[in-house]
Write a protein that binds this ligand. Structure first.
Ligand code: SF4
Length: 321
């Protein structure tokens, strides 16, 4: 049996949105069931607007005021964190579960030096804590550690800031790290070194959920891959399985949109992802799917398990209209 650090059960989340002076509720996540095995890197992938960030913000209890969790449980270390009061959850967020954000500048206070911010995490400037933050900065391969500690965030490059954030999760000894598009704002060479740091974190026993829209990095770095589309899981499997045999037309379309040979024309995915305020009948991908049939427009497919490879598509399910 797998040793899971996090289990999401039947999670449905949405937002109250005002349209023409009338407030209506729209789902952003629909009955999500996912489990994350310890000491692995798990990818959550899909285009912007597919629900990845809503899922991460639900785990971190950082949803905006107009949101509503309609159903579900999020079990972290055998307790449902959705049932915890904010005061209780603050002891977990930033300690046992930490976030590597897309823009590290947003997570660092521009008024404090890196040393002050890292010591604040450890609640005290004892010699032992200073040694600990130096160890963490060394672990994320920062050179000139003494200079970096005296620096303010604006004096560091994007890659250095991202390393500092990762070092913070090391000093906090977080078990679960949520990395939300951590390389989007970085150059390719810097982004590779940050992704290699995620592999180092895994070797140190951490579990990482990597949110990305870029499938090219997923196959190299992630043990499992889950593809989301408009708040649904459409495909989920071990990465080796999913990339060898992608089953869902959306996954195939994402893969075909990746650059392969130099000079080769890239394929676009037809149309655009719809806003959550558009209600789409049947399979939500059907307006963009080249394989869509009548049933796809009328009935929503279920997420079915085919030899540990889950996919939600009528191409693999028997149905009658
Ligand atoms: Fe395409 Fe139909 Fe499968 Fe949806 S259910 S992905 S529309 S073939």
């Amino acid at each position: 049996m797998k040793d899971n650090i996090l289990e999401i059960k039947d999670l449905s989340v949405g937002f109250n949105i005002e349209i023409n002076n009338v407030e209506k509720f729209f789902y952003a996540l629909n009955s999500i069931n996912l489990s994350f095995e310890k000491n692995k890197i798990h990818a959550l992938a899909g285009e912007s607007g597919c629900g990845k960030s809503v899922l991460i913000n639900t785990i971190l209890k950082l949803l905006p005021k107009n949101s509503l969790i309609k159903s579900g449980e999020i079990i972290f270390n055998n307790q449902d964190i959705l049932k915890l009061k904010n005061r209780e959850f603050r002891k977990i967020r930033g300690n046992q579960i930490s976030l590597i954000p897309q823009d590290p500048f947003m997570s660092l206070n521009p008024l404090y030096t890196i040393e002050n911010q890292m010591l604040e995490v450890l609640e005290g400037n004892s010699a032992e804590n200073i040694e600990k933050i130096k160890w963490a900065l060394n672990e994320v391969k920062i050179k000139n550690i003494d200079n970096v500690l005296k620096s303010y965030p604006h004096e560091l490059s994007g890659g250095m800031k991202q390393r500092v954030i990762i070092a913070m999760s090391l000093v906090q000894n977080s078990q679960l790290i949520l990395a939300d598009e951590p390389t989007t704002a970085l150059d390719v060479s810097v982004s590779n070194s940050i992704l290699n740091l995620l592999l180092d974190l895994k070797e140190k026993g951490k579990t990482i959920i990597l949110i990305t829209h870029d499938l090219s990095i997923v196959s190299n770095y992630c043990d499992t891959t889950t593809i989301m589309y408009l708040g649904d899981i459409v495909e989920s499997a071990d990465s080796s399985k999913l990339f060898k045999n992608p089953m869902h037309p959306y996954t195939n379309a994402l893969l075909k949109a990746l650059p392969t040979k130099r000079g080769e024309r890239l394929e676009n995915i037809k149309g655009q992802i719809s806003p959550i305020t558009d209600i789409i009948s049947g399979c939500k991908f059907h307006p963009r799917c080249n394989m869509a049939s009548d049933v796809c427009k009328m009935k929503k497919p279920f997420l079915c398990n085919y030899d540990c490879h889950k996919v939600s598509c009528w191409l693999y399910q028997k149905t009658s209209l």
